[in-house]
Design a binder for this molecule. Sequence first.
Ligand SMILES: [Zn+2]
Length: 107
Amino acid sequence: MAYYPFSKRPDTLVLTCLHVLDGADITTVCHHFNDNAWEFICGCENHTDEDAVVITVGELCEMDPSLHLLSDLPVGACALRPSRQHAWQRGKIEGEDFYPAAESRMQ
Ligand SMILES: [Zn+2]
């Protein structure tokens, strides 16, 4: 089995959106504090329940290997990027606002 940096198994179920399955860039990753769930979604402003898709984190990493960079994202943290061509910026989301982490820097 290939090296797998996520603390969870590659068959762990996570949330994504239909747009990502259609080829949209994943621009928001959240490791939710309340239920320890991972969410990997695109930059679409208005996600609805119908857009939600459950997928394994291993499948997502095959689609987008840069997700491996976030394998140590702590519970309660999020990472954002404008598009697949940009580096991830880590931080926290409180309410509607994103707070970049102090050590976060653009590459
Ligand atoms: Zn989406």
